[in-house]
Structures are given as C-alpha cells and as structure tokens.
Design a protein around this ligand. Sequence first.
Ligand code: ARG
Length: 229
Amino acid sequence: TEAADKTEGGVLVFGTNAEFPPFEYVGDDGEPDGFDVALIKAVGEKLGMEVQVENMEFDSLVSSIGNRIDGAIAGMTVTDERKEQVDFSNPYYEAVQYVIVAADSDIATADDLKNKTIGCQLGTTGMFLAEDIEGATAQTYNRAVDAVNDLVNGRVDAVIIDKNPAEVFNTKFEGKVKIIDGAEFGFETEEYAIALPKGSELVDQINQALEDLKADGTFDALVAQYIGE
Ligand code: ARG
C-alpha cells in the first residue's frame, strides 16, 4: 500500500486536527504545532524516521489510517468502537470531558443538561456523551472553537469538550464562560493514545519510543512546555 511504501521510505505521515489546544493548533507559521505534534516528532526521532503531520478533520482521521495517513495523533481517546477499526499505542495522557457554559449559567449537574442544546466537535467523545443525554440535542461543529463562539452568542446551552482545551477556551473567552469538571456530571476519565493501522508493526515500535521518551525526560519536558503541568 501507499502507507507501507512511505514507511519504507523513512517518512511517516500522521494525521491530526489542529483545533484542539494545547495538544494541536495551527502555529504562527501556518503549520500544526502543540504537544501531540512535538511528541510524534520526538517519536519519529527515536525511530529514525521523518514524521510529517497533516491537518485534517477529526471525524475523518480513523477511516484515513492505513490509506491516506500512517497513523493519527489528535488527543484521541481510546474507545471500543475505534478499536474495531484501528490499533492504539499505549496511552500517553489521561483526560476527562469538561462542560463549558456561559458565565451566568445555572447548569451544574447532569440533570441540568437534559433537554438542552449541547455544542460539540463532530465525531468526538464529547459528542457521544451529548448524544446520550436525555432529551438533549447534540449540535456538531468541525471546529470546537465555533461551538464555544455559539455558546457565547447564546445559540447553545453548553459545550462538552476535553479538559485541557476547555481550560484554553476558558482563558480565551474569559469572563464570558466558565468550565465545570465533567466528574460533576458523571463523565468518566479517558485516555489518549496514538491510532495506527490494525496489526501494524508500528504499535510496538511506538510503545518502545514512548517508553524511551519517558525514561530520558523528553516526555515530561514536552508536558511542561505545552501543557504546563
Ligand atoms: N478526546 C476526544 C476524542 O477522542 C476529542 C479529541 C479531539 N481532537 C482534536 N484534535 N480535535 O474524541
């Protein structure tokens, strides 16, 4: 396949969706930047392969793995549904969904989300949660920031999105929104991992590279640089 040829040529193409700060965003030079981008480049260095990162829609990442791209790194949560289509590396980050609401909103518990209009990014675990809320309407966006804009404009009642991007948007829209830990709504913790073609040799190689990056301090340095924890 084309993807296999790229691997042999020493170039790996990873898809991301650069609408998810601090894990991925478009940098000043117009190229994807962020924790995931830096991490996968560091992984490439360990493997002795050049890594290119391609910005695409989040919802098309999984189905592009093994054809258009060699893998995806996109703050992607490991789920059973996705595992039917792809293999995942070992998890590299723990996350949880947060709820963003208007600064003056009364929404505080799971019951308060019932029958509400909830903004979320298409194809994300936030969308799957929104779809499961009784009577609620999941309003989907290709870019999470557009969901937050609609929240600020009163077009949706809440946005469900991962913790770290929620914190970034809370700062960006300071005073207009507030964020609530999804644990208050019963949302469970999630784990991010790198998605690869089913049965790919890269799974073991990337797991080894991740271990090496943790052992030599690179991983923690990237966390400090991009996430600040
Ligand atoms: N963690 C969530 C999921 O896996 C959201 C990921 C969104 N990532 C992105 N780069 N836009 O569904």
